[in-house]
Design a protein around this ligand. Structure first.
Ligand SMILES: NC(=O)c1ccc[n+]([C@@H]2O[C@H](COP(=O)([O-])OP(=O)(O)OC[C@H]3O[C@@H](n4cnc5c(N)ncnc54)[C@H](O)[C@@H]3O)[C@@H](O)[C@H]2O)c1
Length: 441
């Protein structure tokens, strides 16, 4: 059905009245919470996804992320404000289209922008005048202007006149109980001031603070800088852990002491490596883009090198600690606690825990794992099922390795029932656990 053409002013009004239809391409960790939030404040939202399973589950009220409980999803479906579909033809009916598809790396570690390109092509193919299109996927500076804009221009869209294109990075932190979508300020960069203004109006419906920057490129780079900052600081904390071990002091004690300085210091903590879809991946987007300019992003490379060495460092730590107890890693029974890339989630993408477990197994250890969020896992040609954390299992293990500090684990019990714990997450630090039984990163 043809819709009557609307102007930018009409579109602004439709958004402010929450009469606009919002389409969100990609219903993953980012797209689904965003869709549900727009639906909560009154918009009719369509979630587009290429995965039939995902769409079926969502329409049945089954969420895949802790940020959207099933009852919340069902409530939005019941009032007719949310539906998921694989049929991208519905994009033509949307006043605003937001793209939240993956931006992984290729095997070569170069950006894989194919999902963004495919989703944007779908949107451009159905473009109609006075449509607002926003890219949220994390990407290299220039994507919106150099990749997306020409697709819409080829369909007759004139940026800022009848085609409104913007970039607004997604900054959610899945399973963070303090900051949900509505609590995190939105940064918006439009191809023209009109594009930015429309995108800002849309986001103001669901978040308290929207900062408009001068271009999509600034917004794209701001997002990458946030994650480079985190990656580099985690690498610094990881290197501190290596130095603290040589100096015979507790890394956490050092960091917590430094963190009492009320200005100019922000604590970051060591861990078994970097995981997830963002922190370990996004910096490579910037490094790749800079390489096109003949510039090597040195901090990014160094941080990557340090963080990537951490899984092997953990394996060596387990091996040496066992050795100090006259035990050998080959044949040791290891219980790994947590395999998700971070606490409170079931996301195992790029999880360093998987690399630690694979390397322990390669060295001859027998590894079982427990993770309340990941009942089974297949990786690296291996298939494992989670076990329960029982006192017997803890006592039987030659070494219990805490790889993800899930809040569901009872750390007091873990320390009491185990003979040896290697804690890569500082989960036992506050317990004042005996140093002869707990070795911390
Ligand atoms: N997960 C996070 O914590 C987080 C935080 C901030 C930013 N980001 C960024 O947001 C983007 C999305 O990440 P995510 O974690 O939501 O990914 P995800 O893998 O959880 O979800 C992406 C969804 O997009 C779908 N999809 C892929 N190609 C599609 C297409 N052409 N058309 C329609 N659907 C398609 C997939 O089936 C999947 O359901 C990435 O750029 C990521 O870097 C993620």
């Amino acid at each position: 059905m043809e819709r009557p053409a609307v102007t930018a002013a009409d579109l602004t009004r439709r958004i402010a009245d929450r009469a606009a239809r919002v389409g969100i391409i990609g219903q993953g960790y980012v797209g689904l919470p965003l869709a549900v939030e727009f639906a909560r404040v009154g918009f009719a939202v369509t979630g587009f996804d290429t995965s039939v399973d995902r769409v079926t589950n969502l329409n049945a009220g089954r969420s895949h992320t802790p940020d959207v409980p099933d009852d919340v999803l069902r409530a939005r479906i019941e009032v007719g404000r949310y539906e998921a579909t694989t049929n991208l033809a519905g994009l033509a009916q949307c006043d605003a289209v937001i793209i939240c598809v993956p931006t992984p790396l290729r095997k070569s570690k170069d950006p894989d922008i194919s999902f963004v390109a495919a989703a944007a092509q779908e949107a451009a193919a159905r473009f109609r005048p006075a449509q607002l299109v926003i890219l949220e996927s994390t990407t290299y500076p220039g994507t919106t202007q150099e990749l997306l804009a020409p697709m819409f221009e080829a369909r007759g869209g004139r940026p800022g006149v009848d085609c409104f294109l913007a970039f607004s990075p997604e900054r959610i932190d899945p399973a963070n109980p303090t900051f949900a979508v509505k609590d995190i300020p939105k940064v918006v960069g439009g191809l023209t001031p009109e594009c930015a203004a429309l995108a800002a109006v849309l986001y103001r419906q669901i978040v308290d603070r929207v900062l408009t920057v001068s271009s999509p490129r600034v917004a794209e780079l701001a997002k990458l800088y946030e994650n480079v900052f985190r990656n580099v600081n985690i690498a610094l904390a990881n290197e501190l852990a290596l130095m603290c071990r040589q100096l015979g002091v507790s890394t956490r004690e050092v960091i917590q002491a430094a963190a009492t300085k009320p200005f100019g210091f922000m604590p970051f903590y060591p861990g078994p490596g970097i995981g997830g879809h963002c922190i370990g991946v996004d910096p490579a987007y910037l490094a790749w883009r800079m390489r096109l300019n003949g510039y090597e992003a040195r901090f990014i490379h160094l941080a990557d090198e340090i963080n990537r060495a951490m899984p092997q460092y953990v394996v060596d730590l387990v091996s040496e600690t066992l050795n100090g107890r006259r035990r050998c890693l080959n044949g040791a029974r290891i219980l790994a606690l947590g395999i998700a890339y971070k606490r409170g989630v079931g996301d195992t993408r790029e999880s360093p825990a998987l690399e630690v477990i694979a390397r322990l197994m390669d060295r001859g250890a027998t590894v079982a794992y427990a993770d309340p969020h990941v009942p089974e896992i297949a990786f690296d040609g291996r298939a494992l099922k989670a076990v329960e954390v029982t006192d017997e299992r803890l006592a039987e293990a030659d070494c219990v390795v805490i790889l993800t500090d899930h809040p569901e684990f009872d750390y007091t019990r873990i320390v009491e029932a185990s003979t040896l714990v290697v804690d890569t997450r500082g989960a036992t630090h506050a317990l004042g656990a005996p140093a002869d039984r707990v070795v911390a990163l």
